[in-house]
Design a protein around this ligand. Structure first.
Ligand code: XMP
Length: 518
């Protein structure tokens, strides 16, 4: 299926919940695609039509903004669902009245039906609703179907055409019966037939992979969930023409080396390990600034990868034409920001990635997971026969423990982080903590503190434990793990890792802290 054949276009007006509309729609079996208003105009002008349109919420006020949406609303009687700002656009377009509210306020609201109930919903239920602008008079031919307890019009539906508009967000978890309401729109109003399942998702990704034909495909393999699933999928379709290169930058944890060995043994993937430890360490020598360290690791990666791959091409008499990347849908959407004309948000940390590679090496990109969310990738991994624990590994950053040794990196510090991380990892498994935490690691702090080891005074460094829960790494909460587990990890680290006298726990959420320390 090509992207323009998606059943539903979700027009993104900048709501923080837009991705959730896609998620919930997929859970109901309907494929959708998030696009900007501008992109929808382009497609409409090309004669393309979706089967339904969802107008997302957004931070603007219909009384002030200048979004030119008139071309889309009511077009060809296409089934349309307006959510919050989307509802107000619809109301304004058809002559209803919208009243300005308090900027950015959200809260719970209790709703009741005015007339027939939506199938699956009780007479009253709670939702997550905006108290910003709201409709005070429904347009002609629309009936009010839902009201809030404090007398706000919460839902309107057209008498005869397939239009539904909601003041609240049915896509968020806080809204009870949100899925029943979305189902009502897709099945009863828009009369759509479901088209999305784990099976169709796999077929589509394989079609994307097969589009490279007979060409050789190169993969910068990290062993993480995304690159593993992408490589396995492509290997299944393209066979040994997919080559995975794993760069050992010397900044990996024992579990990463073990994982790669395991994958080499237990999967059919063609994995080549490039030992570049010394090169990375020599380039990082003496450097303590976090941003400079990240840049050095990133550029060294690109340099060494390019060089080794060219050597490989020459010795094997092949030429790579594609670079396989495990790009996911959230990254794709982020780059389509509806606000991109106003400038992108500032860089908080420069993330190391292989972004510069395709141009330098003249490679085309192959991104078979570009329409998927992380949990869908995990499902796909298991469908492809990958082990549960492989597709549920915690994320690990490209610069590795280079950004977990605060300040200057040297071999002794690397060993301290590797050993302490291994203890944390083992105890997470022993005490059943691994799966209840999203990411966990140790950080070496560049301070010495006094302690007692044996009978002697010690003046050694500190290891900090960082365990967080998150859904996508954009925000995070520190994980509330059992005291017994923490105490075991602490006593093992202070006893077993040379040079560490003290273990502390990071209890900072993101924001304001970031997950990594550098
Ligand atoms: P921060 O520290 O920005 O991390 O809150 C959010 C998530 O991103 C990971 N991370 C990175 N991943 N290259 C990566 O591939 C990087 O440079 C990088 N920096 C942070 C981090 O581990 C967390 O999961």
């Amino acid at each position: 299926m090509d992207q323009q054949e998606r059943l539903i276009w979700i027009i993104d007006f900048g709501s923080q919940y837009t991705q959730l509309i896609t998620r919930k729609s997929r859970e109901l079996g309907f494929s959708s695609e998030i696009i900007t208003l501008k992109e929808s105009r382009k497609r409409i002008e090309e004669g393309l039509r979706p089967k339904a349109i969802v107008l997302s919420g957004g931070p603007m006020s219909v009384s002030e903004d200048k979004n030119d949406y008139e071309f889309l609303i009511g077009l060809d009687d296409l089934p349309t669902l307006g959510i919050c700002y989307g509802m107000q656009l619809m109301a304004k377009h058809w002559g209803g009245e919208v009243e300005k509210g308090l900027q950015g306020e959200y809260g719970h609201a209790k709703l009741h039906f005015e007339g027939d109930k939506i199938p699956g919903c009780p007479a009253e239920f709670n939702v997550w609703m905006s108290h910003f602008d709201h409709v005070i008079k429904a347009p002609k031919d629309f009936k009010t179907i839902l009201m809030s307890k404090n007398n706000i019009i919460a839902g309107i539906e057209h008498e005869s055409k397939p239009y539904l508009a909601l003041q609240f967000h049915p896509e968020v978890e806080h809204s009870e019966h949100g899925k029943d309401i979305l189902r009502y729109f897709y099945e009863d109003i828009a009369k759509l037939k479901s088209d999305w399942s784990a099976k169709t998702m796999l077929i589509e990704a394989k079609e994307l992979a097969s589009s490279v034909g007979d060409e050789y495909v190169l993969c910068a393999f990290s062993g993480g969930v995304d690159s593993l699933v992408a490589a396995t999928l492509c290997h299944e379709v393209l066979g040994d023409k997919v080559h995975c290169f794993f760069v050992d930058n010397g900044l990996l944890r024992p579990q990463d080396y073990h994982h790669i060995e395991l994958l080499k043994r237990e999967t059919p993937l063609n994995i080549e390990v490039l030992d570049c430890k010394e090169l990375f360490l020599s380039k990082l020598d003496g450097e303590g600034d976090p941003e400079t360290k990240r840049k050095i690791i990133g550029t060294t990666f690109i340099e060494v990868f390019e060089k080794k791959v060219h050597e490989y091409e020459a010795s094997h008499k092949i030429e790579f034409k594609y670079l396989l990347q495990g790009t996911l849908y959230p990254d794709v959407i982020e780059s389509l920001s509806p606000h991109d004309e106003d400038g992108k948000s500032s860089t908080i940390k420069s993330h190391h990635n292989v972004g510069g590679l395709p141009e330098r090496m003249n490679l085309k990109l192959l991104e078979p997971l570009r329409f998927l969310f992380k949990d869908e990738v995990r499902v796909m991994g298991e469908q492809l026969g990958l082990k549960h624990e492989w597709v549920h590994r915690h994320p690990f950053p490209g610069p590795g423990i280079g950004i977990r040794i605060l300040g200057k990196i040297d071999q002794k510090s690397i060993v301290k982080v590797q050993e302490s991380d291994q203890i944390l990892f083992e105890e997470m498994h022993n005490l059943d903590v691994y799966n209840s935490v999203w990411q966990a690691f140790t950080v070496l702090l560049p301070v010495n503190t006094v302690g007692v080891k044996g009978d002697a005074r010690a003046y050694e460094q500190v290891i900090c434990l960082r365990l967080v829960n998150s859904t996508d790494g954009m925000t995070a909460e520190w994980s509330d793990v059992p005291r017994k587990f923490l105490s075991k990890v602490s006593s093992r680290i202070t006893n077993e890792v040379a040079g560490i006298t003290r273990v502390v726990l990071d209890i900072t959420s993101k924001p304001p802290g970031t997950i990594e320390w550098e």
